[in-house]
Write a protein that binds this ligand. Structure first.
Ligand code: CTP
Length: 447
């Protein structure tokens, strides 16, 4: 019996897939179809797959061509499957020409003609509205946002706003946008949603004006610097049926999300202490070092670190104490001790002091160690007294990692979801409240 194997995602199964499966089946007597698992696809940066693995398997089954279906879950599995199932022919569409020649060592490799004019990507695009997004601000993070937005379906960045029109135009040109504005009223007319990436002190005002203009808002960290402002904006978004999401990127990245669910499932017992550190040295005069622009490491780095504590320990903070080293009115190093009823925690932040930038979560059975930079979580270890039980976890953190929050933002708009479990509104408000305490100099000691 001649055995053939082929692989694919088979999302929104279409005629191209059916033709390919028929041709593959015709190459032998028995066809094995490998369907990618959801996590394998996500790991490969395929963020937009619509059907889950069960639906995709059912669709392949319904074609009637597959004699056996296997789930593809890891890099290198093709070689294992070919050997395990004694496969004679590996078949794949011609869009992969040459890329699987390495399998010739194990079986015959055949590239079959691809059906022109159809693909899952195309179907996904056609079936989804594209939201026109305008970026407020044209600085470093805004520049990283555009390439990241291109890997997410359903979003097109169309314009930029900067009070300095020359800067807006330079940004427009660099990223080939449709519009550049220095005037908010003109800017807001042409978009469905905004990404606020302007200086910290302008976030509240821009977010509020955008919500009043009935636009969805994705706002960079720090969202706002006062708890009441955060509450007011979330209430406003809710009243107007709009999505408002704090762009706390780590909360959306697959590695960090799994870390939280693992810890919450009790793998290290009760969590008793969390230590989160984040430092990025700033040596040339920039916004981060300017007191007039709310510079300092609390405003810069507290949102991601507080998010981690809150996701792991909750919002029931009993007391907060800060120790800071100041330079020209901004904190270049801050250590915050944040206590919970049954746990302690600390954040160690620097823009003028270098710290390791790791995250350590200590529990009654073991601890989790996430090496620097923990906020781009692609690896962590769960460690125990008995080291033979230690486990290492690996993830992919693609590109600049903004794609995950962008995808959630678009998904919330499409599905009319006002709140994201990845970062609840009340959690975001708690972050703003802690930052506000610091800025009000409550329990802050200079060192
Ligand atoms: N295929 C094909 N003709 C098409 C589309 C896909 O022959 N028009 C083949 C691919 O070459 C592959 C198999 O179908 O052998 C599964 O491909 P998959 O990646 O699942 O489908 P695409 O439509 O290419 O999906 P995407 O747009 O997500 O890449």
């Amino acid at each position: 019996m001649k055995k053939v194997i082929t692989y694919g995602t088979y999302d929104l199964l279409h005629q191209g897939h059916i033709n390919l499966l028929r041709r593959a089946k015709e190459l032998g007597d028995y066809l094995i179809v490998g369907v990618t698992s959801d996590s394998f696809d996500r790991g490969r940066g395929k963020l937009n797959v619509r059907n889950n693995v069960l639906e995709r398997v059912e669709a392949v089954k319904a074609t009637g061509y597959a004699d056996q279906i296997v789930i593809e879950d890891y890099v290198g599995q093709k070689i294992d499957d070919i050997q395990k199932y004694d496969v004679d022919v590996f078949a794949i569409g011609s869009d992969w020409e040459g890329q699987f020649d390495y399998l010739n060592e194990y079986c015959q490799v055949v590239y079959l003609p691809r059906t022109e004019g159809i693909s899952s990507t195309m179907l996904r695009k056609e079936s989804q509205n594209v939201f026109r997004v305008g970026i407020i601000g044209s600085g470093r993070i805004a520049k990283r946002f555009i390439p990241e937005s291109k890997v997410v379906n359903g979003i097109e960045v169309v314009s930029v706003l900067n009070p300095d029109l020359r800067e807006a135009k330079a940004f427009q040109q660099q990223f080939d946008l449709l519009e550049a504005h220095s005037d908010f009223a003109n800017f807001i007319k042409g978009v469905d949603a905004v990404y606020v990436a302007s200086p910290h002190l302008t976030h509240y005002d821009y977010a509020k004006r955008s919500l009043y203009a009935d636009k969805h808002v994705l706002c960079e960290i720090p969202f706002v610097l006062k708890g009441e402002e955060a509450k007011e904006l979330y209430d406003l978004a809710e009243q107007r049926g709009l999505v408002l999401l704090e762009a706390c990127k780590t909360a959306h990245c697959p590695g960090f999300m799994h870390l939280v669910t693992l810890v919450k499932s009790g793998v290290i017992g009760d969590v008793v202490d969390v230590k989160a550190s984040l430092s990025k040295m700033v040596t040339i005069p920039m916004r981060e070092l300017d007191v007039a622009q709310a510079g300092g490491c609390i405003t810069e780095h507290a949102p991601l670190t507080l998010m981690a504590l809150i996701k792991l320990l909750g919002r029931d903070i009993t007391d907060v104490n800060f120790h800071s080293r100041m330079q020209n009115g901004v904190d270049v190093f801050t250590k915050g001790i944040i206590n919970f009823p049954h746990a302690t925690s600390s954040i160690t932040l620097g823009i003028g002091v270098k710290t390791e930038g790791n995250l350590v979560i200590s529990g009654t059975k073991g601890y989790v160690y996430v090496p620097a930079p923990w906020w781009l979580t692609d690896y962590f270890e769960v460690r125990y007294e008995d080291q033979t039980k230690n486990k290492k976890f690996f993830y992919s953190y693609d590109g600049d990692g903004l794609r995950y929050e962008i995808q959630e933002f678009i998904s919330m708009i499409v599905n009319h979801r006002m709140s994201s479990y990845r970062l609840r509104r009340r959690e975001s408000i708690t972050i703003a409240e802690v930052i506000e305490k610091y800025r009000n100099k409550e329990n802050v000691t200079e060192i």
